[in-house]
Design a binder for this molecule. Sequence first.
Ligand code: PLP
Length: 387
Amino acid sequence: MTASQPYRLRLPGPTAVPERVRQAIARPVLSHRGPEFTAILRRSEEMLQPVLGTRNRVFFFSSSGTGMMEAALVNVLGPGERVLISTHGQFGERFVAIAGALGVRVDTLDIPWGLAPTAPQVEERIQNADYRAVVVVHNESSTGVVADLAAIGAALRGRDALLVVDSVSGLGGVEMRQDEWSVDIVASSSQKALMCPPGVGVISMSDKAWETVNRGDRLSRFYWDFRKARAAVEKSETPFTTPVSLITGLHEALQMIHEEGLPRVLARHQRHSRALRAGCAALGLTSYPKAEKVSSTVVCLDVPEKLNGKDIVRRLKERYGTVIAGSRNKLDGRVIRIGTMGCVSAGDILMDLAHLEATLAELGWAVMPGAGLAAAAAILQEESYAR
Ligand SMILES: *Cc1c(COP(=O)(O)O)cnc(C)c1O
């Protein structure tokens, strides 16, 4: 890539990092145990708590999201114990693969892709077996579906099973109320709606989860041991050398979120995703999810029969420098996915649609010129006037 070629990172993660955050990351590296950095760590925790909707302590790890998925399981499960995992998309299936590697007993709640698990489905399953944990992906990035955690959390309240949630692609873009919804563990990471480069993993856990995590008979754990993280956080530290520069960037990103105001940030994600979906529908690309709650951080689109998603993705990149995602699972070629998470403007949405329309036309899928832009603009304007 040369400087003159555009590069628009429009994936459902990693996402474009705002200039302010990049500047913060470029500052001189600090001692990970010195007062300058521990203040940043403490403040980052305080600013992340309202985003998580929790008063729990927040732990930071050097990791991508998958490390946090594994970390949640090794801290909660004991050898041979049972876990119920909802498989309503690729990331649910990744949890099954991780749990399978750990020597625990895995049951799956099989949900057709495009739908979300419901509380009655979870309830029915937990009545019939003794599960240590129920695992649910909050925002399934492979399908663009959001699970109703409030209802699932209510179904598990007062029971032994812990609710373990992956909100890697949700947190900061989709509402999360960990305490109110009785979510025991939230796992997330920096490179999606939190507007940072990949590399920082985030965990917060309830007191109920801590009772289990603190037992001596869990799976083998060392680097991921939440007991160590909890002891360190009392001193505003992390057990091992933390990615200080990335956390300094996260601190800046969280400051930006709070300057804009969390409710406005969440409303902006909804507005942009809605506008993009409407624009794409006008181009003949319909929204893939069939669930009641559709993601506001990722737009997942059906590709018309006559076309292949891979061609759209390739051409958008090669001709327009717009980098979107296809699919790396059974939907390969059949869906395309565009991120609406993090640092995204109304202009980005319109540019996506202009590039998409031109690309589709080049691939022989003719649409009325400007149809996508008009449909999106109607939503973007309508809501900005309403503010
Ligand atoms: C991106 C993502 C992850 C984490 O993937 P990594 O590549 O390990 O960061 C996990 N779950 C969901 C739902 C995701 O979207």
